[in-house]
Design a protein around this ligand. Structure first.
Ligand SMILES: [Zn+2]
Length: 847
């Protein structure tokens, strides 16, 4: 039984005989709040008359199926999410009339009622295989076609799809129909429908290839937070940059961006109809890193209009390339075309760290994963795909040079426009443009797993110069590949209290030991930094003197990217039990107040909190918690008014507060009895304080209810749910568990808020029963909750705060004996590994 799966072999066989000429899709959104009418007419040819194939449709009630005028019995033809089609003609017409189901999980056609005003909002989310939840499809990226949508909806709604929205035609009962023009040729997964009482504004981009209408949409209750000038500015900067860099006009006419509720991901590159999570329109003050990230998301989706939508992967094997490219392109565009000129520093401080982390888990996989079926795609869609992939593309650009890279791209877009391609097609163009052989490069970077470590190895002459210098490359025992790396070397000296770059140059590192003859006879600097410029993807180590200089004088280094490399090295040394967690926390407390990179300011305290809560030796933990708490308070008091530092330290203090004095501080801040100049206790900061007070057991249900009374929005409901789950009581944990592990009807974003809030340090008693219950539930959770919810629960409800050898043994037994799906076991293996890592770090911290 295929269920909802589809194998690459099935897709290849289907594509070999079918050519899909057109879809005509009629959707009726006026038939109630549970289902909608869906009539699909597909015209397609078969290269083999008489052959059989199948169409896809999930979770539908099928009323009629006709193939070439012959009626098929749905009870026979529609089974297991497929419609069996036999005896194909050379030219075929398939008509399927069905009722499909609205989702509350963010997959298919999601339906949302805004608690602020009871207005209804719908949006589609189809990647990877979910267009088949809304209309009948041949659901695979290489069966591109043109799509004509007809949508019946309440006449007061906005209805948006890939083609420009037409004037609605009025029907009876305050209904209307929108007849869209056929789309350009595209894959099913980037078609889209967004409908409801959305607010709409229109702008226009005038570019070198002509004008592009720019629509922006959001819920009515978010209208005050739609910072139109800013999002339009980034959008225009993006179009100017990409149309020039790719030398190809934007292919899809208009460009709408729709900010939608309860969205599972950041955003989705539907052709000309981008959906983005509406948390990107914040109602409360956010740090600069938030806007930096939003700009990167806007540009990421825009890059997909060319790379992904215009030229599309043949099969999901190349999903990594699709995402890695959009990632690389968005940071490249940010750095060169927007005010976020230091975007790559933020990438090093935040995004890239998620790639390193994922790549050191026992479940890591090559960037180019073998996605033999849709289940494999779901498992491999992770930070290897995004963050490591983008890092490796950055290395590729350093390897071939930016100009040849862009020349290769331009030729690639022209050859494959509106078609499908594979990675080898891109590689061929990059080889032609750069003159470099890339097959070997692709093999060692894309077909293998794991991260290399680069360390300096040298001898000194008596006069303090290097007698010899080499870069030693190593790899984890399980993933022994050594790679070619283009890296920078930076030499820094302490001059009058500042760390000043004396010299920097690039070299190619190959194999185990790469001699750097150029440094022989050069005076040893106070700090020698490998991977200067962060060109490659590798862990770096510092020699003893350089490490001492870095730890002592990090804030004296005025280059934010170099600092980011040192922050990163210190953090992964802590994770690798090579640096004491207590020392890392002191490094952060001593330097974070002077950090200027916006991502550094917001992300590094998160690492420090993890060092305190998970990596500190149990014997040191209470003292380190107290040190962290008082250090944060001192940082908060010293922070400049209205700065990112001030906001970040306030939020971090709220989640760190455990002592009576700190809890009293939170209460005073919430009550307005204590104020800091420039720190506005706005609604989101109020929730951070309320959640901190709930986690400490100071606040209970009554105080959370009262706060929700002030904030009757979906955001308020989600944050209240998180605050409830944070409480250290048996009742609160039981209720949270019931909502996310037992029940399946809690809306996706609310469920996620609860999951993220459930496991907390210092709540051992309340959480103790949920260690065994986690493993019991994990046996069947994958089927019970479905892929998306189950993965979030399995990852974040793993009982990490109970880290102990006993927990490792329990996980091992479960992994050996559980009947759970391999995909579910992945998360338990990862949780187990994180616990093992924490235990090693704790041992190091005790020394
Ligand atoms: Zn993407």
């Amino acid at each position: 039984m295929p269920g909802t799966n589809l194998t690459r072999a099935e897709a290849t066989a289907r594509a070999a005989i079918l050519d899909v000429l057109s879809y005509d899709i009629d959707l009726d959104l006026t038939t109630g709040s549970e289902t909608f009418g869906s009539t699909t007419t597909i015209t397609f040819t078969s290269a083999e008359p008489g052959a059989s194939t199948f169409a896809d449709l999930v979770d539908a009630t099928v009323h009629e199926i006709t193939l070439n005028g012959v009626s098929l019995d749905p009870a026979v033809a529609y089974a297991d999410s497929r419609i069996q089609l036999d005896d194909l003609a050379a030219e075929n017409v398939l008509v399927v009339k069905a009722d499909c189901t609205y989702s509350h999980t963010g997959e298919g056609l999601h339906r949302f009622v805004d608690p602020a005003d009871d207005r209804v909002y719908l949006y589609s989310q189809f990647e990877v295989p979910d267009a088949r939840r809304v209309y009948t499809t041949f659901e695979q990226p290489d069966l591109k076609s043109v799509f004509t949508f007809h949508v019946t909806a309440p006449e007061s709604w906005k209805v948006v799809s890939n083609s420009p929205s037409p004037e609605p035609k009025a029907l009876d009962d305050a209904r209307a129909t929108w007849d869209f023009e056929p789309t350009k040729k595209m894959s099913t997964y980037i078609t889209a429908l967004i409908a409801g009482e959305y607010h709409e504004v229109q702008d226009v981009y005038e570019g070198k290839f002509g004008t592009i209408p720019l629509g922006h949409y959001c819920r009515q209750s978010l209208v005050p937070y739609l910072d139109r000038d800013e999002v339009v500015k980034i959008t225009k900067q993006g179009f100017e940059f990409f149309e020039d860099a790719f030398d190809f006009p934007y292919p899809f006419g208009k460009y709408d961006q729709l900010y939608v509720p309860e969205y599972n991901m950041g955003a989705m590159e539907n052709a000309g109809a981008i959906t983005l999570r509406d948390e990107y329109l914040p109602r409360s003050k956010q740090p600069r890193s938030f806007y930096d990230f939003r700009a990167s998301v806007i540009l990421h989706e825009m890059a997909h209009m060319w790379f992904g939508d215009l030229v599309t992967m043949r099969w999901w094997d190349d999903l990594w390339l699709n995402e890695s490219f959009a990632e690389w392109a968005c940071y490249h565009a940010q750095a060169n075309a927007t005010e976020f000129t230091d975007a790559w520093t933020g990438f090093t401080n935040a995004r890239k760290q998620t790639g390193y982390r994922q790549d050191q888990l026992p479940t890591t996989h090559p960037i180019a994963a073998d996605n033999y079926d849709l289940q494999a795609v779901e498992v491999n869609f992770d930070m290897i795909t995004y963050a490591k992939g983008a890092s490796v593309l950055k290395q590729l650009v350093a390897w071939v040079g930016l100009e040849p890279f862009l020349e290769g791209l331009k030729a690639y877009f022209k050859e494959f426009a509106f078609g499908n391609s594979e990675f080898k097609d891109l590689l061929r163009h990059l080889e032609a443009a750069s003159g470099r052989e890339l097959q070997g490069w692709a093999q060692e970077w894309l077909q293998t797993s794991g991260v290399n470590t680069l360390a300096p190895e040298f001898t000194l002459a008596e006069d303090g110069t290097y007698a010899s210098f080499a870069v030693r490359q190593s790899a984890a025992a399980d993933y022994p590949t050594l790679r070619r790396h283009r890296i920078g070397l930076g030499l820094y000296d302490l001059v009058d209290g500042a760390l000043v770059r004396r010299d920097a140059f690039e070299i190619d590192v190959t194999g185990e030991l790469t001699d750097v003859a150029k440094l022989a006879g050069v005076k040893q600097p106070d700090l020698l930094l490998l991977n200067e410029g962060d060109l490659t993807y590798a862990k770096i180590r510092l020699d003893e003197r350089s490490l001492a200089t870095a730890l002592e004088s990090l804030s004296a280094l005025d280059d934010s990217l170099s600092r980011a490399l040192i922050w990163g090295a210190a953090w992964d040394m802590t994770r690798d039990a090579e640096m004491r967690a207590s020392d890392f926390v002191e490094l952060v407390l001593a330097n974070i107040g002077q950090e200027t990179d916006s991502w550094g300011v917001t992300r590094i305290p998160v690492f420090a909190a993890q060092a305190v809560g998970s990596f500190s030796a149990p014997a040191n933990r209470d003292a380190l918690k107290a040190r962290w708490e008082s250090g944060l308070k001192a940082l908060l008091e010293a922070a400049a008014p209205s700065s990112d530092h001030q906001l970040t330290f306030a939020r971090t203090y709220a989640s760190a507060a455990r002592s009576e004095a700190a809890i009293a501080d939170l209460q005073a801040l919430l009550a307005g009895e204590v104020t800091y100049d420039g720190l506005d206790i706005d609604q989101d900061l109020r929730w951070a304080l309320v959640t901190g007070l709930a986690a400490s057991g100071t606040f209970g249900e009554a105080e959370i209810d009262a706060e929700l009374g002030r904030d009757n929005t979906i955001s308020g409901k989600e944050k209240a749910a998180a605050a409830r789950a944070a409480q250290p009581s048996a009742e609160a944990k039981e209720a949270a568990w019931d909502s996310v592990v037992v029940r399946t009807d809690v809306a996706n974003e609310t469920a996620r808020s609860i999951v993220f809030s459930f496991q907390r340090g210092g709540q051992d008693e309340a959480l103790a029963p949920f260690v065994d219950r986690y493993f019991e539930a994990a046996d069947t959770l994958w089927d019970h909750l479905g892929t998306h919810r189950a993965s979030v629960v399995l990852e974040h409800i793993f009982p990490k705060p109970a880290a102990s050898p006993e927990l490792l043994a329990k996980a091992d037994t479960w992994l050996e004996t559980s009947p759970a799906a391999p995909a579910a076991k992945r998360y338990v293996r990862e949780g187990r590994d994180e616990v093992a890592r924490a235990l090693a770090a704790q041992e190091r911290d005790a020394q």
